[in-house]
Write a protein that binds this ligand. Structure first.
Ligand code: NDP
Length: 469
């Protein structure tokens, strides 16, 4: 347990001061000192992430989804960078109009959400922030997803206002639009953190510009009472688009080849389950790391606008260029594997949610849950009590929800066969993301819970795969 902690504000900046040794209670919100590895990763991502996205999408557009051919052709002088750039579609008014309409469509309900009926969700409370605040959130994502998809199908089958291939047909011009928004929002929240932060006591300034820009300064930037940047960008335009993008790819396959392959159907169905799950359980999402612990900067702002819609949908894009018809047995096996992955993912998340909501007064796998009692201090000096579940899936490994997610992610990739590496980017990326998350989260939990976290890791010794890691 740390010593006494005081908090003060300095020119709009908030600092946490801890007296005494031990983990810095109240600083558990985010890395306080930026080590060289974090800084190098931040600079690498800021410099290269936009090019990585461009490289993948351009490889499909100009090199039939081969990731090696662009590099080989450039190296051997068959093409120049200028040739590639000249063949890249530029920003168009059409793409700008589509994207602006899309964003406004989602902002309106969030701004006027008080006046909309709720199907599931409504007003929900988030977790305690490091400064001791509990924010309220208007949960209406399921409505947004259902209405958008109903309109999509109504257009495709009844009204024919636009072609269902519209997203695929404007994919690169739309990339420029998503980048403009991604950078604009990241810059806006950076400036906002200095000039008019929503809650100054939850801001963290590391003193390193690149780190602050990327990982964010404000914890929960808001405009007015209800427009919450983190919930909006994490959970609206990008993630709702995910399933529409896949539908657009399926429509393109139909247009090009006169049929939709079973692999495309599998990708559409499995990813739709994942997305729909997100919206069905949106209130649960308020208790995940993205909302509870990450600050809002380029990582979430640009990531949600660009990285998510472009790189999470690579399997569908690949299948437009390389339609794969799987033998029925393989397709059924992959479906079953995908459902098992989803079951593990959902049940693990559900067990923690149920356990925390009922404060342990529930049954996990038909028995009273086992747990470790913990306490922590928020920056306002209040002591809070909580519990760490050690039975059910949480007794198998400390992040078994990630294991389920990884199984599902692998299945998306396997539907594309083994001819190219491009569709496997997702499982490689998810493995890096989730392993890094394990480490990042455990670091934070260790400084939040101190010796009780050590007791927990002794009780549940593995992170993802029992006996392995
Ligand atoms: P978790 O939902 O696992 O949340 C971790 C937090 O849960 C910890 O910080 C701690 O918070 C609490 N916790 C940890 N262990 C226990 C325990 N034994 N009992 C009770 N509470 C515990 O992590 P994420 O938010 O990262 O992930 C949520 C889901 O989202 C996962 O299934 C993941 O796979 C998925 N995901 C998907 C991504 C994608 O891009 N597709 C990206 C990231 C996540 P506290 O401080 O409250 O104790």
């Amino acid at each position: 347990m740390a010593g006494k902690e005081t908090q003060f504000s300095e020119g709009g900046r908030s600092k946490n001061i801890t007296n005494g040794a031990g983990p810095s209670q109240g600083q558990w919100g985010r890395a306080w000192k930026v080590d060289w590895f974090s800084l190098a990763s931040v600079i690498f991502l800021l410099l290269f992430a936009p090019f990585i996205v461009y490289y993948f999408i351009m490889s499909c557009d100009q090199f039939n989804c081969s990731l090696t051919n662009p590099a080989i052709d450039l190296f051997t002088g068959k093409v120049t960078l200028l040739d590639i750039w000249n063949k890249t579609p530029s920003l168009t008014w059409k793409a700008a109009t589509i994207y602006t309409t899309w964003i406004i469509l989602f902002m309106l309900p969030d701004i006027c959400c008080k006046y909309l009926p709720y199907y599931r969700g409504g007003l929900q409370e988030g977790a305690v922030t490091p400064s001791g605040l509990v924010l309220k959130y208007e949960i209406n994502g399921l409505q947004a997803w259902l209405i958008t998809h109903a309109l999509w199908f109504a257009n495709a089958y009844v009204f024919h206002w636009f072609s269902p291939t519209i997203i695929f047909d404007n994919w690169i011009p739309l990339l420029w639009c998503t980048n403009i928004l991604g950078y604009a929002v990241s810059l806006f929240v950076l400036i906002k953190a200095y000039l008019f932060p929503t809650n100054a006591n939850d801001c963290k300034f590391t003193g390193n510009f690149f780190y602050d820009f990327m990982m964010g300064i404000e914890f929960n930037p808001r405009l007015g009472k209800w427009f919450d940047f983190k919930l909006f960008f994490n959970g609206r335009p990008g993630i709702v688009a995910w399933t529409l993008i896949n539908l657009s790819y399926a429509a393109k396959q139909q247009e090009l080849y006169g049929q939709v392959t079973n692999s495309m159907i599998l990708v559409n169905v499995l990813q739709a389950i994942y997305v729909l799950d997100f919206f069905w359980n949106e209130a649960w999402y308020l208790k995940t790391i993205d909302i509870c612990h990450d600050h809002f900067g380029w990582y979430l702002g640009w990531g949600d606008c660009v990285w998510l819609p472009y790189l999470y949908t690579l399997q569908g894009l690949y299948l437009v260029y390389h339609p794969v018809q799987l033998p029925t047995g393989n397709a059924v096996l992959l479906l079953l594997m995908g459902l098992v992955g989803y079951y593990i993912f959902r049940m693990t998340n559900h067990q923690k949610d149920l356990f925390r909501r009922t404060d342990g007064n529930c049954k996990i796998w038909g028995k009273k849950p086992k747990y470790i009692e913990c306490s922590y201090m928020s920056a306002d000096g209040t002591k809070h009590y909580t519990k760490l579940l050690t039975s059910g899936f949480w007794g198998v490994a400390r992040h078994f929800n990630y294991t389920g997610d990884l199984i599902g992610s692998l299945v998306y990739c396997l539907t594309c066969g083994f001819d190219h590496i491009l569709p496997y980017f997702y499982i490689i990326y998810m493995t890096i993301l989730l392993v890094h998350r394990c480490v990042r989260d455990e670091d934070r939990c260790c400084s939040k819970y101190g010796k009780n976290w050590k007791l927990y890791t002794d009780t549940v010794p593995y992170r993802l795969f029992p006996g392995v890691f």
